[in-house]
Design a protein around this ligand. Structure first.
Ligand SMILES: [Zn+2]
Ligand SMILES: [Zn+2]
Ligand SMILES: [Zn+2]
Ligand SMILES: [Zn+2]
Length: 321
């Protein structure tokens, strides 16, 4: 298994009351969007055909944006699909040529459209081009699976991903805002990227991913622990966390702000935004004969006062640059 033989023994000794925040993020949405300046297609001519359906690419079903293409027989096609169909109309198989459908392009430009994540709760409505810009940063766009160490293509909202981590990745789930983890590895000389652990914490009505892994930092083998917030960066800034590891009268303490899972696991790791423990120090903390890694990492997550945290994204450390 990719887990190598790291074990994570944990006991949650947090007894603090959880403050549950139930976000009511699901706005009712009106679809189709307002289309004030568009002439409605008379239903006698085209029953059940809305302007939005006309603008749906018959091949990929995405909304078509200018340039919109058509074949000689008038079948329309989005520009992405046009590059894929080898100059044959997918509807009638005739040669496609290079004919634009200007009338439909004008209609498209005149429309206000809902964000494509409307079914995930986004209430926003935009004119054509701003819609594209918005969708790239929309807060309702699905998140990627935060699991590291394998290429997982799962995307979805937070409740979906929490269930996915539990069911498909068999991730440890804990409730509470303090933690006390032991990471045990019998052959600490092998430091590879493949050595990592993920634990999910549920507190303040939110979910947090605690990552622990071994990797090579330059020529130095290190262990690193950091926290990611399952939500957007703006909200991640409302929380802080601390991590502590030590033994024999020495300890390392890290205090930071969890990063959003919008930032990939690798990006956070490569920016060194977490507790980094040199292997020699880790073995010292492990006690014994330095043959086995036995790290006890304790930590806490807390919520910052609303007006004390700096704007998200302002002070993300990156020791590489
Ligand atoms: Zn298409
Ligand atoms: Zn055709
Ligand atoms: Zn949106
Ligand atoms: Zn996954």
């Amino acid at each position: 298994m990719e887990l190598d033989n790291v074990q994570c023994l944990s006991s949650v000794d947090g007894t603090e009351e959880e403050i549950l925040h139930h976000h009511t993020t699901h706005h009712k949405h009106q679809f189709p969007a307002k289309a004030n300046n568009v002439t409605v297609v008379p239903s006698a001519i085209a029953p059940a055909t809305s302007v939005h359906e006309l603008l749906e690419c018959p091949v990929c079903t995405n909304s078509m944006y200018p340039p919109i293409h058509q074949c000689r027989n008038g079948h329309t096609l989005c520009s992405t699909c046009k590059t894929r169909v080898q100059n044959r109309c997918p509807t009638c198989r005739q040669e496609l040529g290079d004919i634009r459908c200007l009338a439909l392009e004008k209609v498209a430009e005149s429309l206000d459209l809902p964000c494509k994540y409307y079914n995930l709760g986004c209430p926003e409505i935009f004119p054509y081009y701003s819609k594209l810009k918005h969708e790239a940063v929309c807060n309702f766009r699905p998140y990627n699976c935060p699991y590291a160490g394998s290429e997982c293509s799962a995307v979805g909202d937070i409740p979906f991903l929490v269930a996915h981590l539990k069911d498909d990745h068999k991730v440890d789930m804990h409730t509470g805002c303090t933690f006390n983890h032991r990471y045990v590895k019998s052959n600490p000389r092998e430091v590879e990227n493949a050595t990592w652990m993920l634990t999910v914490f549920h507190c303040f009505g939110q979910y947090f991913c605690l990552h622990f892994e071994a990797f090579q930092l330059g020529i130095a083998p290190v262990y690193m622990a950091f926290l990611r917030f399952m939500g957007d960066e703006s909200e991640a800034g409302s929380y802080s966390y601390s991590l502590e590891v030590g033994a024999n009268g020495r300890k390392l303490i890290w205090e930071g702000t969890p990063r959003s899972i919008r930032d990939s696991h690798r990006k956070v790791r490569d920016s060194h935004d977490g507790l980094i423990i040199q292997r020699n120090m880790a073995l010292f903390f492990s006690g014994g004969d330095r043959k086995e890694l036995k790290l006890r990492v304790t930590g806490r997550i807390w919520k910052e006062q609303q007006n004390h945290h700096p704007d998200a994204g302002v002070c993300i450390p990156n020791l590489f640059s």
